[in-house]
Design a protein around this ligand. Structure first.
Ligand SMILES: [Zn+2]
Length: 252
């Protein structure tokens, strides 16, 4: 690797160091409610139809439901517990003003994709490096790369894809493995990036240079894939090219 390849990293490191000093010695930056996207997931993405995912908050139950199967969206039909848009574990670890929304989308051909949106609140600790939460429990990351998603009337969107391999057990005790993908990117006010490090950098830069702290969001799209084919990449591109413009806040 040539020296100049390191330069962006050195600049980032320098700014990070500056950021910690600035955070330690200056007053709180102005919190703004500004975010790049609307806190909502569209009902339709092309031919795909979305249904809200709801979680039972009863620690003994914690079941998952699709809103379209329920008459009462606030009460668990099986145990009477409270229903919420985030799981009990998410509610316990995320700051209270974090917005978490999930939708399951199904295609006419029977395809299934889960989309999640996590929007940080005033505390900025809501969004973590996704890789930390995905492994364990029989799942491992077997590859990762960034794709460029072409979107009409604008520049391409960089999206990071994690290739996952999962092991599970069938009801008769056999072990089965299946391949899936987990694609994600981050959105701030006027900023987009598939990189966790870049997001941390922009957050620090906005604080230091502009004394601002915007709401960042984290969007993920996940589904199954064939272990020996990369056809899923095209599916992801088409899906996101229709999904994402619907979520963006229109510029005023
Ligand atoms: Zn329940």
């Amino acid at each position: 690797m040539e020296t100049r390849d390191f330069q962006p990293f050195l600049i980032v490191l320098g700014l990070m160091a500056l950021a910690s000093l600035a955070l330690a010695f200056t007053v709180d930056p102005t919190m703004t409610d500004e975010s790049g996207i609307n806190p909502a997931l569209p009902d339709r993405v092309g031919e795909w139809r979305g249904a809200d995912v709801l979680y039972c908050q009863n620690p003994e139950h914690q079941a998952t439901y699709l809103a379209r199967d329920l008459e009462d969206l606030s009460t668990c039909p099986d145990c009477g517990g409270e229903l919420a848009t985030m799981s009990l574990i998410e509610k316990q670890i995320l700051p209270a003003d974090t917005i978490v929304l999930k939708k399951q989308y199904t295609s006419p051909l029977g395809g299934r994709v889960i989309v999640s949106l996590v929007m940080s609140g005033k505390e900025r600790a809501s969004i973590h490096r996704p890789e930390h939460c995905l492994t364990g429990g029989g799942s491992q990351i077997v590859g990762s790369h960034v794709i460029e998603v072409p979107i009409q009337h604008r520049n391409d969107l960089g999206v990071k894809i994690l290739d996952m391999l999962n092991k599970g057990r069938t009801s008769d005790g056999r072990t089965v493995s299946y391949a899936s993908y987990y694609a994600y990117w981050f959105v701030g006010k006027d900023r987009e990036t598939p990189s966790h490090a870049a997001r941390m950098f922009w957050m620090a830069a906005d604080r230091i240079l502009f004394n601002k702290s915007h709401r960042w969001s984290y969007i993920s799209v996940s589904g199954s894939r064939q272990a020996d084919s990369d056809a899923y990449e095209q599916e992801i591109k088409e899906f996101i090219a229709d999904l994402y413009p619907q979520m963006l806040r229109s510029k005023s």
